[in-house]
Write a protein that binds this ligand. Structure first.
Ligand code: A3P
Length: 304
């Protein structure tokens, strides 16, 4: 698909996008909104929420393993079949998945309890029972340095959506809120302001990098699971970058394999480092981001 053949207003993204409540979302969300809004789920379920490319898959694997008592055999099933991606039907990457989250939830007798959901929706667009506060399932949000997120999303877009833009142009579009699920700060802050609620846990990608064992401990306490030191060690190994990179169940391998016939370079789990933006983002662009970050969070207590 050419970079300019798209329905986005200024032709920056080869995707069908729509605006709902001020957020730029995959077009399919429009049709699905009523279903999301009225979704029936259990308060025991766990929701992993994130802006794309912030470490969602990493968090999903951690949570799924903890919730499912280290079921390594079950974990060989692709992650998108184990954790229900709410907006699944809106993205081609999930076409190969046999599982329709909405149907599955309605028919949850086939599923293990509790369910682990994944969504990139901001808090305000989660199912009505959650956003209104009527039900309080466990919510784990993961945030990442926005410059690294932007770099990761750019590489993803180039590989999966065949962006034909250069990186600088992409950054400008990102800053203008053109990337799916933007505006970025409205997204992150919609969860940040809830972080003291007992059913909400706010994680940082950088903390997972620097102290994965500590994060596993925190997540397991949040999920009311007692892990032994040995289990934490096993899970830390299972989740480290090299293990995750080699694990086909978390790499969307079938989909990536088919795309590699068109574009040979590309992996879902790519580099996994903190500060990757320094290798590609000009100092001028870093300054633009820093100014944008400062003005976006100045009236909040968000720390970067
Ligand atoms: P990079 O593109 O910077 O490598 P998401 O799952 O939200 O789409 O996030 C994808 C990003 O998380 C990618 O970042 C990917 O490499 C990184 N990631 C996935 N598993 C990881 C791990 N075990 N350790 C570090 N980073 C990981």
């Amino acid at each position: 698909m050419s970079f300019h053949e798209n329905s986005d207003s200024d032709g920056k993204f080869p995707l069908n996008l729509t605006i709902i409540d001020g957020f730029t979302l995959p077009k399919g969300c429009e049709e699905m909104k009523e279903q999301y809004d009225n979704l029936e789920f259990s308060e025991e379920d766990v929701w992993i929420c994130s802006f794309p490319r912030s470490g969602s898959t990493w968090t999903q694997e951690m949570v799924w393993m903890i919730v499912n008592d280290f079921d390594f055999k079950g974990a060989e099933t692709p992650i998108h079949e184990r954790c229900l991606f709410l907006e699944k039907t809106t993205l081609q990457i999930y076409n190969s998945s046999r599982i329709n989250p909405i149907e599955n939830i309605q028919n949850r007798k086939d599923l293990k309890n509790p369910l682990v959901f994944k969504t990139h929706l901001p808090f305000t667009l989660l199912p009505k029972q959650i956003s209104s506060g009527e039900k309080k399932p466990k919510i784990i949000y993961v945030a990442r340095d926005v410059k690294d997120t932007c770099v990761s999303y750019y590489h993803y877009g180039k590989f999966v959506w065949d962006y034909r833009t250069d990186f600088n142009e992409y950054c400008d579009a990102f800053l203008r809120g053109k990337a799916p699920y933007s505006p970025y700060w409205n997204h992150v802050l919609s969860y940040w302001q809830l972080r003291h609620n007992p059913n909400v846990l706010f994680l940082r990608y950088e903390e997972m990098k620097s102290d994965l064992g500590g994060v596993i401990r925190r997540v397991s306490q949040f999920l009311q699971k007692n892990l032994t030191d040995e289990q934490i060690k096993i899970l830390t190994h299972h989740l480290d970058f090299e293990s995750m990179k080699k694990n086909p169940a978390v790499n969307y391998e079938a989909f990536y394999e088919s795309l590699r016939k068109l574009r040979p370079e590309g992996r879902f789990i790519r580099k996994g480092i903190v500060g990757d933006h320094k290798t590609i983002m000009s100092l001028d662009m870093q300054k633009k981001f820093d100014d944008w970050i400062e003005s976006s969070i100045q009236d909040t207590d968000y720390s970067v």
